[in-house]
Design a protein around this ligand. Structure first.
Ligand SMILES: [Zn+2]
Ligand SMILES: [Zn+2]
Length: 235
C-alpha cells in the first residue's frame, strides 16, 4: 500500500495499492462526486438553463476560427452600360468545425494574404451575412467534440473534477458549489484525454454519459517533441 494525495481536494491522503488503476479519491470527496454526478446527469439532459445546470467548459486551446482558406472566386458581371465580363475577387473564409463562420473579399491574393491578420482581429466586422461570427460559432459548437479542430458529434460527456489555470495552479473544486460545475464532451476518437495535462486529463474527468475512453486513434499518437509538463500541486 502507498499513500497518495486525494485527486479532488489535494488534502486528504488515500491509501491504495499503487498497481491499482483508477481514481485516487478520499472517501469524503468520493461522496461529493457521487452526488454531483447524480445531479449533473439529471440536468445535463434538461435543456432549460437555470441554477445547478452545469456549464459547458470550452477547452483551453479553443479557437473561434480553426481553419482559414483564401481562394480566387470568379463572378460574371453583367451591365448594360459597360458590357459584361468575368471579374475575380480573392475570398478569405474563416471556418469553425468545418463550417464557414465569416468571410471577406479582396481584390487579389496578395492583399488578402497581407490583411489576413486584420481579418482575424476583427472577424465580427465581416459584413456579408447578418449574423455575427460568435453566434455562428456557438450554434456550430453545440453537441460537437471539444477537441479543437474536430467537428464530430460528441458522444461522451465528462464532469470536470477541478479547474486548473494554465500554469497548473488549482482553483476551486468543480464539485461545489453547484454553479461552478462544468462539463466537456468529446467524440469517440477524442474521448481519451491522456495523463499529462491537469485541466484536460483523464484523471480530472468523471464520465456522465456515453461510452467514455476507448483508446486514441493509432495515427493520432505521436511522441511530444517538447518533453513533459511539470506537475505543481499546492502543499
Ligand atoms: Zn479528497
Ligand atoms: Zn473529436
Amino acid at each position: 500500500m502507498e499513500s497518495f494525495r486525494c485527486h479532488v481536494c489535494h488534502q486528504q491522503s488515500v491509501e491504495i495499492n499503487p498497481e491499482d488503476e483508477g481514481p485516487r479519491t478520499c472517501p469524503e470527496c468520493e461522496k461529493l462526486l457521487e452526488r454531483a454526478v447524480k445531479e449533473v446527469t439529471e440536468r445535463i439532459g434538461n435543456p432549460t438553463p437555470g441554477p445547478g445546470r452545469p456549464h459547458h467548459d470550452r477547452h483551453r486551446d479553443f479557437e473561434f476560427v480553426d481553419e482559414i482558406t483564401i481562394k480566387m472566386v470568379p463572378r460574371y458581371k453583367t451591365s448594360g452600360m459597360s458590357g459584361d465580363e468575368w471579374r475575380v475577387a480573392s475570398r478569405v473564409e474563416l471556418m469553425f468545425k468545418g463550417q464557414v463562420v465569416g468571410s471577406r473579399s479582396f481584390g487579389d491574393m496578395e492583399s488578402a494574404a497581407k490583411l489576413l491578420s486584420w481579418v482575424l482581429m476583427s472577424p465580427e466586422e465581416s459584413p456579408e451575412e447578418g449574423e455575427s461570427l460568435s453566434t455562428k460559432v456557438i450554434r456550430r459548437e453545440k453537441g460537437r467534440c471539444d477537441q479543437v479542430g474536430c467537428e464530430d458529434p460528441a458522444t461522451s460527456v465528462y464532469l470536470k473534477k477541478r479547474t486548473y489555470s494554465r500554469d497548473g495552479v488549482m482553483s476551486e473544486s468543480a464539485l461545489e458549489p453547484e454553479y461552478k460545475r462544468r462539463y466537456r464532451h468529446f467524440c469517440q476518437r477524442h474521448a481519451t484525454r491522456g495523463d499529462c495535462g491537469l485541466d484536460d486529463a483523464d484523471d480530472n474527468y468523471i464520465l456522465l454519459a456515453g461510452p467514455g475512453q476507448s483508446g486514441a486513434h493509432p495515427s493520432d499518437e505521436s511522441p511530444s517533441v517538447f518533453g513533459g509538463i511539470l506537475h505543481l500541486a499546492p502543499k
